[in-house]
Design a protein around this ligand. Structure first.
Ligand SMILES: [Zn+2]
Length: 202
């Protein structure tokens, strides 16, 4: 990977309208194509002919991703408190450092597993049936999470595939967390989750 050091560096590039051109690097604010966010002071390459931004070097992509993830979506559901307690009990087993924020991490850990097929849709359907039949006691609790646009999209993928609502998905994941982490003597995924927690609370 070549690190472009400074403004004024040149590179050959392909421009969508001018073909092969020379691009010059400079720092500028770059609005996303959807117009919903701006990445500020990003080193980018502009076409010397038309001036359009045609190159975003690898070193600038984390900054761009950061601006993108600032587009937050909120995920809010009301569930019987037992489901929230299940997530918290698991969090406490994983790390003594867990804060309520860890609910979201745990939820997303499983959303990822369902999205990537590491857990089956059939399993999710079974959990949905169980959660519907469960006589869940306790007062309703509001679970509110701020999610990045990327996390929200991944959740939407799982919802579409499973035909579950957001509330149902949270309940299913809480039951799954109960089966995997709270109930067994040796929790599943404990190595991975402990590393995740250590990094998160570093
Ligand atoms: Zn151009």
């Amino acid at each position: 990977m070549k690190l472009y050091r400074e403004e004024g560096d040149h590179r050959e590039a392909l421009c969508h309208q001018d073909g092969r051109v020379t691009a010059t690097f400079e720092y500028r604010d770059v609005p996303f194509s959807d117009g919903r966010a701006i990445a500020r002071d990003i080193l980018v390459g502009r076409c010397d002919t038309c001036g359009d931004v045609i190159l975003v070097p690898a070193q600038s992509t984390p900054a761009v991703a950061n601006a993108r993830s600032a587009q937050q979506c909120s995920f809010e559901v009301n569930v019987p408190s037992v489901f929230v307690e299940m997530l918290d009990a698991a969090a406490a087993r994983i790390t003594p450092l867990a804060t309520p924020d860890f609910r979201k991490r745990l939820f997303f850990f499983y959303v990822n597993r369902y999205a990537h097929g590491q857990e089956t849709s059939a399993g999710l359907a079974t959990l949905a049936k169980r959660s519907a039949e469960l006589e869940a006691g306790g007062p309703a609790k509001r679970l509110s999470m701020k999610l990045s646009a990327f996390a929200n999209e991944r959740i939407e993928t799982v919802l579409q595939r499973s035909s579950l609502t957001r509330t149902e998905l949270i309940k299913c994941v809480a039951l799954k967390v109960g089966d995997d982490i709270v109930a067994p003597e040796r929790p599943r995924h404990i190595g991975q989750l402990t590393v995740l927690a250590d990094i998160l609370y570093a």
